[in-house]
Write a new protein. Sequence first.
Length: 460
Amino acid sequence: MKSAVETLNPTRVRLTVEVPFEELKPSLDAAYKKINQQVTVKGFRQGKVPARVIDQRFGRGAVLEEAVNDALPKFYTEAVNEAELNVLGQPEVDITELKDGETLNFTAEVDIRPVLEIPDYSGIEVEVDAVEVSDEDVDKSVEQLRERFATTSPVERAAEDGDVLTVNLEAKVDGEVLEDGVAQGVTYTVGSGELLDGIDDAVKGLEAGGSATFTSELKGGSAQGKEAEVTVEVTEVKSRELPELDDDFAQLASEFDTLEELKADSRKRLAQMKKYDQATQAQEKVLDELLKLVEVPMPEKLLADEIQTRKHNLEHHQLGQMGLDLAKYLEIQGKTEEEFDAETKEQAEKGIKTQFILDELVNKEKLNVSQEELTEHLMRRAQSSGMSPDQFAQAVVEGGQVPMLVGEVARGKALAVVVEAATVKDTNGEVVDLDDEDETAETVEAEGAEAEAADDKPEA
């Protein structure tokens, strides 16, 4: 077999391959054997029909087609390996010449990873938010905990903000009660902004047994997005009472004996969260600066496929789970379809560039992924997907996605190397020590071109 490579552009090549006919013999034999098992010829046992009879009855062309289809992947792979190409996606193959008994010639156009030059990145400097926890932050955290321990008790008065109501709802569109527009015994907190627009104004001032009618756009169900006439009946009004902020509350809501100890622990936890956010912010900003340093040619077909994948995942996974279609989503976001397409393309380009650059750094820095690192990453991915580690691992293996996970971990390590070399300062001008950044790096997934935007569940 002879092959030659023609560079069409920095991300695409054309392979020209010439195959001597004798190298097709194994595939020809396999073709005759396969056809033998599929046909019945009078006077011959199944599987024992001579090749010449198959040629006469079914045509030599059918045998050649079967043989060529069988052999092409092997010859293509040999040509790719011989040329040491790093191909992307499937090739576009064209058989240019097929002479029975003489030769098979074909061409294959395919995208390849561009050759990248990674410049010195040690000069990257970024600014991140300072880790500062205010008294207001602590008070808000404690207040949220306090809300969880609120109690309710029935009252005989009109509903006010903060009250917990039990209500019955009935929705009509064009004067007709919707089949799915009736709900009984719904719990609603006045002022929460949940359920329906306009319900707060409707129920305020109503006592148990009172009702009101208001107009609202339905957020779900069979008439989603339509204006409905909604009748709300209040069957019970309960007041919410918050516990006193004292040592008794600290003992009730935590393992601490005093309120001051509870607040100190809240301050510590908030500082840890802000430190984590700071490390994440540092990685994202360093990555953005790294992307500016490297010129990355963009494979057109790969980009088109990635854009299509992102759109498909958004429409059929994320929006589907929320009961929305793309048009409604764009309306909520206040975007035109053109703006959405431009943003999706920009995100896809960034994802592809990120993967190319970090993969190049993995090779340049000779980074390896240990079994322990892969297992830790798998555990995190399983947790974010809502699957058990065993279920997630099984789905990954069955879906052939282990190399993808290995790539994610390796790219996380490559990004950690760049962050470590960069200068990171907070808004106070202080140099930030990112000792825990290695752990955080793997949780901030590099946007790989093959990454699924839909969800984290692997395809089994």
